[in-house]
Design a protein around this ligand. Structure first.
Ligand SMILES: Cc1ncc(COP(=O)(O)O)c(C=O)c1O
Length: 420
């Protein structure tokens, strides 16, 4: 069956909500997506029928433990982890990264080096800067090319010549929309004897993620960016997670991954996570046919999840093309990111722009008057906006469609911009 966005939209009840007869146009998705009916149902069911702590002998506790195991198993399939023991749940990506940085700090010493990038969200920058400050680590920076909006990875070679212990980089930029060659980055880090930490928060909603194919050591993402509720996910190679010390309280389990899950987990968040991943498998069942052949190494639900993500990626390339072509026709607009359709392998449909004669804030406000939701500013991509020299002028407008958005919605936005 060919991809049917109207059918997809039926799975997301909030897309039909109107405000005094006015439709909502959700283009704020990089800051958080709408949730599927399955997420709402699973969360409701959790609160109605489970809602206990795990580890007891009674009905609700047993069901909570079972649900948590199922959510972890589904997440392992989403990321192609070797085992559900490699999946750590936490409040959000930022908290998990801060926590992991503390643990990794036990392995680093003064004078060691870490490589950070100018393309990352601050959640994959400042946890490492704080660690560097605490331990006396040397920080090296991987810039991005201001013309291509991509990394020149030969620059990374030059940074890996010292005692580098960690390379932290983003899979997809939450500002520029650039997808990075994280497989190559992980390989380069490994050859230099360094660990790699990949921020996949902005990639996972847009394409299939395979930690084993990437070959990184750690990868983090966040479920509210891919159609579920607020729930962070950290994947780490099992051997590393086992060896790493965790900052935890004494009665909590010492086993991986539980030792990294401090305090009582959000089981309702895990119920929603399972719902979001089951939804992605449904997308694969409906529209993944043409992609199954590329996924002979997967079976069953896992094959559907990854085929679903490939169907999503294929549809979203059309959204990128439509939006970029439309923006290019508007006088004074400058897109900060990959614009050549031949290079769309290297971008998600998150598109940031500035426009002569208007501040990003003015544009976002004007669009909000029309019930069109976009973000302006730096969206915590502090290094990106600084590198572009836009921090004094209000950053950029960010338009972030996902697989449930339509070209008609993009036209609504483009028409308002054209009339301004
Ligand atoms: C690329 C990227 N990394 C990390 C984060 C932080 O994720 P969380 O809100 O789960 O801490 C975000 C949030 O916008 C992001 O876009």
């Amino acid at each position: 069956m060919s991809y049917n966005v109207e059918r997809i939209r039926k799975e997301f009840p909030s897309l039909a909500v109107e405000d005094s007869g006015r439709v909502r146009t959700y283009l704020d998705n990089p800051a958080g997506t709408q949730v599927t009916q399955r997420v709402i149902d699973n969360t409701h069911n959790y609160f109605m029928n489970m809602n206990a702590n795990s580890g007891g002998y009674f009905r609700t506790s047993l069901e909570t433990s079972r649900l948590s195991d199922e959510a972890r198993q589904a997440t392992a399939e989403l990321l192609n982890a070797n085992s559900p023991r490699e999946i750590v749940f936490g409040p959000n990506m930022t908290t998990l990264t801060l926590s992991l940085s503390r643990s990794l700090g036990k392995w680093f010493k003064a004078g060691d080096e870490i490589v950070l990038s100018r393309m990352d969200h601050d959640a994959n920058v400042n946890p490492w800067l704080l660690l560097a400050e605490d331990l006396g680590l040397k920080v090296k920076w991987l810039p991005f090319n201001l013309d291509t909006y991509r990394f020149d990875l030969d620059k990374l070679t030059g940074l890996l010549n010292g005692p580098v212990k960690l390379v932290a980089a983003t899979y997809a930029s939450n500002a520029l929309g650039t997808i990075n060659d994280v497989t190559k980055i992980a390989a380069m880090a490994r050859e230099a004897g360094a660990l790699s930490f990949i921020d996949a928060v902005q990639y996972v909603p847009h394409g299939p993620t395979d930690v084993q194919a990437i070959g990184c050591d750690f990868l983090a993402c966040s479920v509210y960016k891919f159609f579920g509720g607020h729930q962070g996910i950290l994947w780490g190679k099992e051997a590393l997670l086992e060896e790493l010390p965790a900052y935890k309280v004494r009665p909590a389990k010492d086993a991986t991954p539980y030792k990294f899950e401090t305090g009582t987990p959000s089981y309702e968040g895990q119920a929603g996570t399972l719902g979001a991943i089951e939804y992605l498998a449904w997308v694969g069942e409906m529209y993944g046919n043409g992609f199954q052949a590329d996924l002979p190494h997967f079976t069953g639900r896992q094959q559907n999840i990854h085929a679903g993500m490939m169907a999503i990626r294929s549809y979203e390339k059309k959204l990128s093309a439509h939006l970029i072509a439309g923006l290019t026709n508007i006088p004074g607009v400058k897109i900060h990111g990959v614009t050549d359709p031949a290079e769309f392998e290297w971008r998600v449909p998150t598109i940031a722009f500035t426009r002569e004669g208007f501040t990003p804030q003015q544009i976002a406000k004007r669009l909000a008057e029309e019930n069109i939701f976009v973000w302006d500013g730096d969206y915590y991509a502090v290094e990106v906006v600084n590198a572009l020299g836009l921090s004094e002028s209000g950053g950029m407008v960010r338009v972030g469609p996902v697989h449930y958005n339509t070209t008609a919605e993009l036209d609504r936005l483009l028409n308002v911009l054209a009339e301004m």
